[in-house]
Structure formats: structure tokens, C-alpha cells
Design a protein around this ligand. Structure first.
Ligand code: HEC
Length: 132
């Protein structure tokens, strides 16, 4: 005769709903840096221009196919960068100037002038600032 053990019913642990402090879901009304700085530039066109000018040969750039270059610094989290090439504040005007004529900002820079037009530089800047 087998020794049947009474299986004790496991105690059910009931998870009582956790009362969360109500989270303020109101959208931040402060304009983001991108909204302030992106007058004129079109990030979608900028994405295409980045490919056309071959920035990805030297930079790794999120969202750009094949952009894994290691010659220059990676451009990830660009919207959060404080300086451009450690020289000037990361504002739209300085960035556009950097993209058009890097040596105007840093005479000995290894980044070449690629003949980027002002319009394309503006679009590229818009794309770079969309990188969070
Ligand atoms: C031949 C390689 C090369 C190409 C092509 C190139 N760059 Fe650069 N880039 C560099 C180097 C090297 C630096 C670092 C410059 C310095 O600090 O003096 C740099 C720096 C930068 C910076 C500043 C990075 C930082 O961390 O401050 C940005 C932004 C940038 N490049 C954007 C671009 C864009 C946009 C293109 C395409 C239009 C491009 N680069 C094409 C080599 C290149």
C-alpha cells in the first residue's frame, strides 16, 4: 500500500496591485533642442546627403547604412554632444560651418573639405541632431 502523502496546496501568493504614484504624463512643453535648431534643414534629405558625400567612410553614424568608418569620431548621440571637434559649441551654425569647411574651425583637422553645399550641410546637421 503506497504511502500517499497529502499534497499541501501551495500557498498562493497574491500580488496585490502596486499603487504607483501617478506619473505625470504631460508632455514636456519646453521645445527640444532640435526644434529650436532645425530651421530649414531636412533630416531625411540629410540622411541621403550623408550617403552621397560618404561621411560614413570615416564616421560611424547611427541609421546610415554602411557608416562604420573609424577614421573620425563616431557621431552617435550627436544631439547630446557639447562641442564640435573639441573646438566650438555644438550649435547648428557651427556644425554647418564645420561640415562645409572643417579647417575654418580647426586648421589642422584631418577631416577634409568635401565640397558640401550650404543647403546639404544644413540638411546633414538636421539629421545629426535627430540622433539622440
Ligand atoms: C576622410 C575622413 C572623413 C570624412 C570623409 C568625413 N569626416 Fe568628419 N571627421 C573626420 C575626422 C578625422 C574628424 C575629427 C576632427 C578633429 O577633431 O579635428 C571629424 C570630425 C567630425 C565631426 C565632429 C566630431 C566630434 O566628435 O566633435 C563631425 C560632426 C563630422 N566630422 C561630420 C562629418 C560629416 C557630416 C561628413 C560628411 C559630409 C564627414 N564628417 C566626413 C574625418 C572625416
Amino acid at each position: 500500500m503506497s504511502n500517499l502523502q497529502q499534497v499541501s496546496v501551495p500557498r498562493r501568493v497574491r500580488i496585490v496591485g502596486v499603487l504607483l504614484a501617478s506619473v505625470a504624463l504631460a508632455a514636456c512643453s519646453r521645445p527640444t533642442r532640435n526644434q529650436i535648431m532645425h530651421g530649414g534643414g531636412d533630416a531625411d534629405r540629410g540622411k541621403v546627403a550623408i550617403q552621397t558625400y560618404g561621411c560614413g567612410a570615416c564616421h560611424s553614424i547611427p541609421g546610415i547604412a554602411g557608416a562604420h568608418g573609424q577614421v573620425g569620431p563616431p557621431l552617435d548621440h550627436w544631439s547630446k554632444r557639447v562641442y564640435i571637434a573639441g573646438e566650438v559649441p555644438n550649435t547648428e551654425d557651427f556644425l554647418i560651418r564645420w561640415i562645409e569647411v572643417p579647417e575654418a574651425t580647426e586648421p589642422k583637422t584631418a577631416m577634409p573639405m568635401l565640397g558640401v553645399t550650404e543647403g546639404s550641410a544644413r540638411d546633414i546637421a538636421a539629421y545629426l541632431y535627430s540622433i539622440r
